[in-house]
Every structure is written in structure tokens, then in C-alpha cells.
Design a protein. Structure first.
Ligand code: 13P
Ligand code: SF4
Length: 312
């Protein structure tokens, strides 16, 4: 059995956050990839799809978003009446930066009417030019919901190649984007890890490269991986996604053991969010993320279409 020490949130910090949350009528949302102490003060911790759904349904007037910029933008797209604050304005996403509205507009012109499916890990201006969005939790269901055979999928090439395997009836055109945190995994290291722990179930996120996914027993979104650990009869797991998921899975599965690659799977942007940022965001009501209406309305159409598709 693994010993797992829970992160400590100093009493004074917790009291300050609770006081400010009540004063601002706020809710704190965190992605699983944020630091463990952020999970402990957040009112909701989820994957990209779960966070969008929670932002839309939570009655709070103020959303403090612990995640990266595109996630706060998605909340702003869904809930223009709420004040959405990104805890740390420096928290961007390199994959989202691998596509722009102008670049997508140029590609759409070349493709002449091919529908565009865009991963939520993208700027609002790209969503606005897309027919529908997806997350790693619903990508296959979203693809199957589209009548067209040929679809351009942006920006994550690895996710597109993974989804193609489940939708042979489709022709998926890809965009050359990737998540540096997942893409950098080294095959030799994963093979050695499997050899060292032959009983372990290998769990991987679809942002990993195809050669890595081939070695996995289970491929799923962040929430999918967390659920799989709870449901599996296995006692050992090799976890191939951002290390933030280790907090909930270690906390909730004390009888199970987890192995991770030596190549650190850390998203430096998610880790920029801190308890101090949360206090500052609540005190100053800043930095606000607000998507302009001319982008928000078409982006909402693409996000709403995704939200109407049930999860896999
Ligand atoms: P999910 O939250 O959909 O698993 O995506 C992982 C990710 O990279 C978020 O930035
Ligand atoms: Fe972007 Fe990857 Fe970080 Fe997710 S984990 S925010 S895709 S860099």
C-alpha cells in the first residue's frame, strides 16, 4: 500500500479564501492538472468537459478558474452574464497557441466546405470558425454525430489519429498541433516501465503519441482515467498523463500503487495557479476573461453543439 500525504492548506489561507468566496458569491473551479492544494480549496475539480458543464450550471455569479486561458474563455463563452476570472493570467496552453483564427480561415478556404471539429484546447477565435467542438471525453461521440464523411480536426493531431481508429467510416484531416506535456513521452522508457511492472494496467491520455497509445490498456480523458482506476480490479497502474491526476487517484484508492515515467509529465502552465493567485483574484476581481460578443456568439454555437452530444 502507498503512503500518501495530503497537501496542507494553512488554516489562515483557507479562512481567507472562504471569507472572500462568500463575499464575492464566487465558485472556484479547478482542472485536475492544477496543484493538489488547489484541488483541496476548489468547489469543483474536473476535466475540460466537466469544467465547462459545471461553469454553465453553477449559480455563482463569479467563477474563479484555476486552469489555463482557453478554459476560462470557454466559461466566458457559455456564461457571458458571469464574471470569469483566471487565477493566473500567465497560464496559457502551448497547444492552443499552435492554431489561430487566421490560419484556420486560410485552411478552410483550401478545403472548401469541409466541416471543422475543434478540440476545446484552442482559442475562442478558432472555436468561432468551427462547426463543433469536442474534448478528449466526447471526441468519438462528437465525430459520429457529424453527417459529413470528411472532417478537419484541429488542433491536436494525436487526438485526431486516436479518434480515427474508432471512426473508420470517417476521413479525418489533421492539424499539426500537440500537447508538449503528453507528446514528449519516450517509447523506450514506457517499454522498460511495463517490463518492470508486468502486472500493471497502463492508462494513457489520447494527447500521447500513437506509438505510446499502442502500449496502453486503457485510453481516456483525465476523468476517464480517474474512473478507470476506481473501477479496475488491478492493484498496479502505470499512469501516462499529467501528474495532477495522481492526487485524486492516490487519495481515493489507498490500496493501489501507481508508477509514472521518469520523463516528468508536468504542465507548467497548470502549475502556475497558486493559492495566492486565488486570494488575489477574489480580492481584486481581476484578471477577468471576457470573450467579445462578435467571437462569443459563433464560438457558442460550436460549444453548444458539443454540449448536446452525450459523453462516451
Ligand atoms: P481533458 O481535461 O479533456 O482530459 O484534457 C486534458 C488537457 O490537456 C487539458 O488541458
Ligand atoms: Fe495545454 Fe497540454 Fe497543458 Fe493541457 S496539459 S493545458 S493541452 S499544454
Amino acid at each position: 500500500m502507498e503512503d500518501y500525504a495530503l497537501p496542507v492548506v494553512p488554516d489562515g489561507v483557507r479562512a481567507a479564501i472562504d471569507h472572500l468566496v462568500a463575499k464575492r458569491e464566487a465558485v472556484i473551479l479547478s482542472h485536475y492538472y492544477c496543484r493538489p492544494e488547489i484541488h483541496e480549496v476548489a468547489h469543483f475539480v474536473g476535466d475540460s468537459l466537466g469544467l465547462s458543464q459545471e461553469a454553465a450550471r453553477n449559480p455563482a455569479k463569479v467563477i474563479i478558474f484555476c486552469g489555463v486561458h482557453f478554459m476560462a474563455e470557454t466559461a466566458s463563452i457559455l456564461c457571458p452574464e458571469k464574471t470569469v476570472i483566471l487565477a493566473n493570467i500567465e497560464a496559457g496552453c502551448p497547444m492552443a497557441d499552435m492554431i489561430t483564427g487566421d490560419a484556420l480561415a486560410a485552411r478552410k478556404k483550401e478545403l472548401n466546405g469541409v466541416p471543422v471539429l475543434t478540440y476545446v484546447n484552442s482559442p475562442a477565435a478558432v472555436k468561432a470558425l468551427s462547426d463543433i467542438c469536442c474534448t478528449s471525453a466526447n471526441v468519438v461521440a462528437v465525430l459520429r454525430s457529424l453527417p459529413s464523411k470528411t472532417i478537419l480536426m484541429t488542433p491536436d493531431k494525436n487526438l485526431a489519429i486516436h479518434a480515427q481508429k474508432f471512426t473508420p467510416e470517417k476521413e479525418i484531416l489533421t492539424w499539426p498541433g500537440f500537447c508538449p506535456t503528453h507528446h514528449r513521452l519516450n517509447l523506450a522508457e514506457i517499454l522498460a516501465l511495463k517490463e518492470a511492472h508486468p502486472q500493471a494496467e497502463v492508462l494513457a491520455h489520447p494527447e500521447c503519441q500513437p506509438k505510446i497509445l499502442k502500449e496502453a490498456h486503457f485510453i481516456g480523458s483525465t476523468s476517464g482515467i480517474i474512473k478507470r482506476v476506481a473501477d479496475s480490479s488491478k492493484k498496479e497502474f502505470i499512469v501516462l498523463t499529467e501528474e495532477g491526476v495522481l492526487h485524486p487517484i492516490r487519495k481515493n484508492n489507498p490500496g493501489k500503487v501507481f508508477f509514472t515515467p521518469r520523463t516528468a509529465m508536468v504542465c507548467p502552465n497548470m502549475k502556475k495557479n497558486s493559492l495566492e493567485n486565488i486570494i488575489s483574484a477574489l480580492e481584486n476581481m481581476d484578471p477577468v476573461i471576457k470573450v467579445p460578443e462578435e467571437i462569443r456568439i459563433p464560438a457558442l454555437r460550436a460549444v453548444d453543439r458539443m454540449m448536446a452530444v452525450p459523453r462516451d
